[in-house]
Design a protein around this ligand. Structure first.
Ligand SMILES: Cc1cc2nc3c(=O)[nH]c(=O)nc-3n(C[C@H](O)[C@H](O)[C@H](O)COP(=O)(O)OP(=O)(O)OC[C@H]3O[C@@H](n4cnc5c(N)ncnc54)[C@H](O)[C@@H]3O)c2cc1C
Length: 477
């Protein structure tokens, strides 16, 4: 494939076709569960270069159908389901969008911002804020993940209950197809009923249908005040009741509602002792909730205090604090955001990013906790997540003193079946926001409707008949 590599060097410059040295930043996944090998890491500078790289690869594959060449699109490489790194064949090109990091336009009247796919999410949030607007997609990886990856995975995060997923925040896309053509769909229109809405095919496709090179995103007015509260709750059912009360009291001002189990908070306390975790020692769960008010801080505080008073009255909350300053609010969010990091520090664990209807959440947690503890005595459950969206990170950690790697090797399939069977029984999804890619592909084949799988295969075959884009991810052909 030397001839192909030389062609790619001519297109993007030899300095941006990496084949030597330590490529682990591109070839190893964030959780360090896999270590792939790339034919090359290619870093185009603009959409035209992306299109030329893809066309060159498509032509090469056409001429050498059994060469095994394919392309893995990559943004910040923070994905949690092994989708942005190459496999071990050494035949895949990692196409990194890192150099495409320009905010192309901010249209204040249209309330939109158009950003290239490699823009870091935090930089997009900052660009919006500097112009007096709010781009509300927010997740703990926002300092490294990119717009392309956010859309490729249809990321969720902490503001979904008010603003929706990345999909709901996107009005248009620019995409390079697997044939190396450019689809210019950066319309910024809120209404466009001219047939199939193609952007929704590429959003959440995890790089299997094409490469997103830019996106037009929705902006919102900055709120006058944002307040954060932390509450101790006696059970998951009580947290669900609190969510109902929060919807009533705060209405559209409610922007975040996170549930955190006691063990998850214990891990934060253990591994990040500088973060002082409030109220968790004598309660099985805590809730972090956020209100964004369009009127004033005083109005926000009255609303939030009214909610907590009502919740204390009905006993769905046993204790609560409201952050007095921005820095206190940031610390509370940091505690929530450090849960995945604390878990990683504790050792490998079996992760599930599931959703069930909010009305079934308490029964799901109680039933699945009990089944796991019975099947694997001593197992430790790290439950936390976006309860406001019916989404829980329901993670299973080895019993104290057991080697996490051995635990995973011996028990991962059984734990997964137990959890996913329960998810299915409650009408839920085995992947609420992280996606499928390599890690969940076999589970998708088992749990998704055969009719839906057949339709997905037909779409993949129609758009990418050469199977050039991220093959063996999401769907097996
Ligand atoms: C600490 C931490 C917290 C997280 N919290 C959340 C959370 O709350 N909610 C959530 O949803 N996720 C979360 N994630 C997962 C991850 O951050 C998101 O999936 C993020 O959207 C991935 O963006 P990325 O740029 O890193 O994409 P990558 O990891 O590079 O890629 C992810 C997938 O998208 C594809 N892709 C990347 N760029 C493109 C492109 N330009 N065109 C087409 N396909 C592309 C890749 O091929 C891959 O399949 C978290 C991750 C970490 C490490």
């Amino acid at each position: 494939m030397q001839a192909l590599l030389q062609q790619l060097e001519t297109l993007v410059g030899a300095a941006h076709v990496l084949t030597q040295g330590d490529l682990s930043a591109w070839t190893q996944d964030w959780r360090q569960r896999t270590h792939g090998r790339a034919l090359a890491v290619v870093r185009p500078a603009n959409t035209q270069e992306v299109a030329q790289v893809v066309k060159t690869c498509a032509d090469y594959l056409g001429a050498h159908p059994n060469c095994g060449l394919s392309i893995v699109p990559q943004g910040g490489n923070t994905g949690l389901v092994v989708g942005s790194t190459p496999d071990e064949t050494g035949l895949q090109i990692v196409l990194s969008l890192q150099r495409m990091n320009t905010v192309r336009q901010l249209d204040a009247a249209n309330l939109t911002l158009t950003a290239e796919a490699g823009c870091i999410l935090q930089n997009v949030q900052d660009a919006a804020r500097q112009a007096g607007f709010w781009f509300p997609l927010s997740l703990a990886a926002e300092g490294s993940c990119t717009v392309g990856g956010n859309l490729g995975t249809n990321a969720g995060g902490t503001q979904v209950l008010r603003f929706g997923n990345a999909r709901d925040l996107c009005l248009g896309l620019e995409v390079v197809t697997p044939q190396g053509e450019v689809w210019q769909g950066l319309s910024g229109l809120r209404k466009d009923n001219t047939g199939y809405d193609l952007k929704h095919l590429y959003i959440g496709a995890e790089g299997t249908l094409g490469i997103i090179t830019a996106a037009t995103l929705k902006l919102y007015p900055l709120p006058k005040a944002q307040l954060t509260a932390w509450a101790a709750v006696p059970s998951v059912q009580a947290a669900v009741e609190l969510l109902g009360l929060a919807h009533q009291h705060l209405s559209a001002s409610l922007t975040g509602f996170e549930l955190m189990g006691q063990f998850a908070l214990q891990l934060v306390s253990r591994h990040f002792s500088a973060l002082r975790v409030p109220l968790y020692q004598h309660t099985p769960f805590c809730v972090l909730l956020e209100a964004a008010d369009a009127e004033s801080e005083a109005h926000a505080r009255t609303q939030l205090e009214g909610l907590l008073e009502a919740a204390l009255h009905t006993a769905c909350v046993t204790d609560a604090v409201v952050a007095e300053s921005l820095s206190q609010a940031q610390t509370l969010w940091q505690i929530r955001e450090h849960i995945p990091l604390a878990q990683a520090a504790e050792g490998l664990n079996i992760k599930h990013d599931i959703s069930v209807p909010i009305s079934h959440m308490a029964a799901f947690v109680a039933g699945t906790d009990a089944a796991l503890v019975q099947a694997l005595p001593g197992v430790r459950l790290v439950n936390f997540g976006h309860l406001g969206d019916g989404n829980l990170h329901y993670n299973v950690q080895a019993p104290e003193g057991v080697d996490p790697a051995v635990f995973l090797k011996d028990h991962e399939p059984r734990v997964n079946s137990l959890v996913f069977d329960a998810v299915q029984a409650y009408g839920g999804s085995i992947s609420a926001e992280h996606g499928i890619c390599s890690l969940k592909m076999e589970h998708l084949a088992h749990y998704k409707s055969p009719v839906a799988l057949a339709a997905m295969r037909a779409i993949k075959q129609a758009l990418d008949p050469q199977n050039l884009m991220n093959p063996g991810r999401v769907l097996r052909r």
